[in-house]
Design a binder for this molecule. Structure first.
Ligand code: GLU
Length: 445
């Protein structure tokens, strides 16, 4: 396999799908050497099959706003790879969503899910619908319209969606409700459900908590004490919220959060229950702005139109959207002495930024390893639903901890380069080998 040849073919086949091509190039570059030691993979066309989704659904989502006006959005579900289990992955509602976005996310999800050690294939879905400023009734109608088209292709052993950007407990509730009505079955077909109808404890916190368990392992492995470290977080949604709470609990100080409008710098730390709850309030307001934080907590400062990566911090945690941290940001973080960067969002850093961190031996955790705690907890929700039981906080947290430590071990095992651990390479090789093995065993499909 020659990465450049495959990429040239893919670019010709899927022109303009830049995020998807970015994600594929990263994985293929990491695995090239290992792949070429396995002529049986080449013969079986593993890479050629792995980079194309099993199937894609694209559909019209018509819905009526509160004034009676009809709107039309595009809905998608990408069932990327089902080699190791039912398709599993979130639904994203955001105006930036394109097929390229969901193909990159579905591709990443395939390896991420393999890393969790749970039997889940990779999938992703969503729409270019913008929830910003929409009423509860509008959100409900949109969710119902989305699922009306998709429900036949979902199921607890077929395809299990969950949340992502723009989709939280409320949206999952509306989608699950419609699914249940149409399918006439109450199964674990969605995860991230409300606790009263099958949702797992800790699912809302799991992505952020899991990420900090992973970061903590990175620190321990390199004799770094997380206690007392300053942390820049971007975003202010569910993932940023969980990461901020767990970082605080582990003794670090989170000094920033951000939104599309700019970032907040809170020198005292975003570290009290009031501040955590206020993050939730901001998110639930549906306005997608972070500026009001500085009115609520006047010691904090708001920097309009800026990104938190200009601050001097020890640790940077992108928790918002893809490619939110570029080469220029990476350079600035290094100048300011950053020691660890971990993507809690999916592909939070551009390819150039990732290469820069690795070349400069700055510890770097890629999203598919760092943020796998979210989907891992979804896997635990599927297990609880299938068993018709509900586990305690302690039980779920114990699993989450164990899974994140296990992912860290896999990264170390495959990513050691002298005294540096290349977590990108480690995660990609470990995830790839598991999926490739399953594909080899199941024949040409
Ligand atoms: N959207 C999350 C992710 O990127 C969670 C997916 C899930 O729970 O299925 O991994």
């Amino acid at each position: 396999m020659k990465v450049n040849d495959i990429m040239t073919q893919l670019e010709a086949k899927h022109p303009g799908e830049s995020e998807y091509l970015q994600a594929v190039r990263e994985v293929l570059t990491s695995i090239e050497e290992v792949y070429n030691q396995h002529p049986e993979f080449e013969k079986a066309g593993i890479v050629e099959r792995m980079v194309e989704p099993d199937r894609i659904f694209t559909f019209r989502v018509p819905w009526v706003d509160d004034n009676g006006k009809v709107h039309v959005n595009i809905g998608y579900r990408v069932q990327f790879n089902g080699a190791i289990g039912p398709y599993k992955g979130g639904i994203r509602f955001h105006p930036s969503v394109t097929l390229s976005t969901l193909k990159f996310l579905g591709f990443e999800q395939t390896f991420k899910n393999a890393l969790t050690t749970l039997p889940m294939g990779g999938g992703k879905g969503g729409s270019d619908f913008s929830p910003k400023g929409r009423s509860d009734a509008e959100i409900m109608r949109f969710c119902q319209a989305f699922v009306t088209e998709l429900w036949r292709d979902l199921g607890p052993d077929t395809d299990v969606p969950a949340g992502d950007i723009g989709v939280g407990g409320r949206e999952v509730g509306y989608m699950f409700g419609m699914y249940k009505k149409l399918a006439r079955e109450h199964t674990g077909t969605f995860t991230g459900k409300g606790r009263s109808f099958g949702g797992s404890r800790l699912r809302p916190e799991a992505t952020g908590f899991g990420a900090l368990y992973f970061v903590n392992r990175m620190c321990e492995t390199h004799n770094i004490d997380l206690k007392g470290k300053t942390v820049a977080v971007s975003g202010f949604g569910n993932v940023a919220w969980g990461a901020t709470m767990k970082a605080t609990e582990l003794g670090a100080k989170v000094v920033t959060i951000s939104g599309p409008d700019g970032y907040i710098y809170d020198e005292e730390g975003i570290n009290t229950p009031e501040k955590f709850n206020y993050m939730l309030e901001l998110r639930n307001s549906g306005n997608d702005v972070v500026a009001p934080y500085a009115d609520e907590f006047p010691n904090a400062e708001f920097f309009p139109g800026k990104k938190p990566w200009e601050r001097k911090v020890d640790i940077a945690l992108p928790c918002a959207i893809q490619n939110e941290l570029n080469l220029e940001d990476a350079r600035k973080l290094k100048e300011n002495g950053v020691m660890l960067v971990a993507e809690v969002s999916n592909m939070g850093c551009t390819a150039e930024a990732v290469d820069f961190f690795i070349e400069n031996k700055i510890l770097f955790g890629p999203g598919k390893a760092v943020n796998a705690g979210g989907v891992a907890c979804s896997g635990l929700e599927m297990t609880q639903n299938a068993m018709h039981i509900s586990w305690s906080n302690e039980e779920v947290d114990r699993w989450l901890h164990q899974i994140m430590n296990d992912i860290h071990e896999q990264c170390v095992a495959h990513g050691r380069e002298g005294d540096y651990i290349n977590y990108v390479k480690g995660a990609n090789i470990a995830g790839f080998m598991k999926v490739a093995d399953a594909m080899m065993a199941q024949g040409v499909l």
